[in-house]
Design a protein around this ligand. Structure first.
Ligand code: VAH
Length: 314
């Protein structure tokens, strides 16, 4: 049986539905802090669970005989800057508990999302490699770096089968943006359809690595399905997707909505974005578990607008 934490979040909602498609609803237990919303998850079971309550988490794992955990619950970069102590508690401690459970044989396999936020000062901006100096300057990045080190430690010292991906910014239409620095690239689509204009909190020429959710979910399934011996990186795999600036994204949207206008008013998240790479080298993931992409900027923009028009009744 599979447990997903943060199952009502941006990755969680879509990953849960995909896992249900593959394994059947009766084998997927979704969990989150919020009240269950029947429109948001197709999982067979939903547990309203504070993932920092380790006793409750262990009870759920026992009750459902969970073997695999996708631990997605976390605060994103913007929110973490505002609540450093809570961000540290939520982003790191439950991961450590899951690693301990895996070490003790309570669960067999664990997925945990890291982020390009682990990169920071002192490295080149472009085509950032798998093994470079990790010098994060954000609360979120610090928590993700610590998490990566715990994953590597438990994998190497105790043989724990934990697998991780450094996600770039993720773009999707099913779940609203959740306080991330890259979430301008989600909000912009909603505003393009509802307002005809958007005020971006990231400046126009700031390129960031991004990925459409469908490709992110496929990558997650690919790393988890790969034979154990293929996983040569036990901290977290680079995943670079595609890089674009707010200006380039706006131009792509304008192809469908010609009168769409964007103005730029960078806020505190600009400094976060400035500390991150503009593009990532993910050749290791391609080599070890056949990472590949389907959606480029054009295809993503078309798919986002098509689906949001239906969702927003536009
Ligand atoms: C954020 N979407 O902006 C997340 C992600 C690389 C960015 O970690 O915080």
């Amino acid at each position: 049986k599979i447990l997903i934490t943060g199952a009502l979040g941006q990755i969680g909602t879509e990953l849960t539905n995909k896992l249900v498609e593959i394994h059947g609803a009766e084998n997927v237990i979704a969990s989150g802090l919020d009240r269950w919303d029947k429109n948001l998850t197709s999982a067979g079971f939903y547990e309203r669970m504070d993932v920092t309550n380790t006793q409750l988490v262990k009870q759920v794992i026992k009750d459902y005989q969970i073997t695999t955990v996708y631990h997605l619950a976390s605060l994103l970069s913007g929110t973490s800057e505002k609540q450093p102590l809570f961000a540290w508690k939520l982003n790191v401690e439950p991961l450590l508990e899951f690693l301990e459970m895996a070490k003790d044989g309570m669960i067999q396999k664990l997925f945990w999302p890291s982020s390009i936020a682990v990169f920071g000062k002192g490295i080149p901006k472009h085509n950032v490699g798998q093994e470079v100096l990790l010098n994060p300057t954000t609360v979120y990045g610090i928590s993700k770096l610590a998490g990566e080190k715990w994953c590597e430690y438990y994998a190497e010292k105790h043989g724990v089968d934990v697998r991780s991906i450094r996600y770039p910014g993720l773009i999707s239409w099913k779940t609203e943006a959740g306080g991330g620095t890259t979430d301008y690239a989600v909000e912009i689509f909603y505003d393009a359809l509802e307002e005809g204009n958007y005020t971006s909190f990231i400046s126009e020429n700031t390129a960031m690595p991004m990925l459409y959710m469908e490709d992110a979910i496929n990558a997650t399934l690919q790393i988890m399905d790969a034979p154990k011996e293929n996983i040569t990186v036990r901290s977290s795999y680079n995943l670079g997707g595609m890089s674009f600036t707010p200006k380039e994204l706006a131009a792509e949207i304008k192809k469908e909505i010609p009168e769409f206008e964007v103005e730029y008013q960078p806020d505190f998240r600009q400094q976060i974005a400035d500390s991150w790479p503009a593009s990532i080298d993910d050749s290791k993931a391609k080599m070890d578990w056949n990472l590949n992409y389907t959606f480029g900027l054009e295809e993503m923009t078309k798919d986002m607008l098509k689906n949001l028009r239906v969702k927003l009744g536009k």
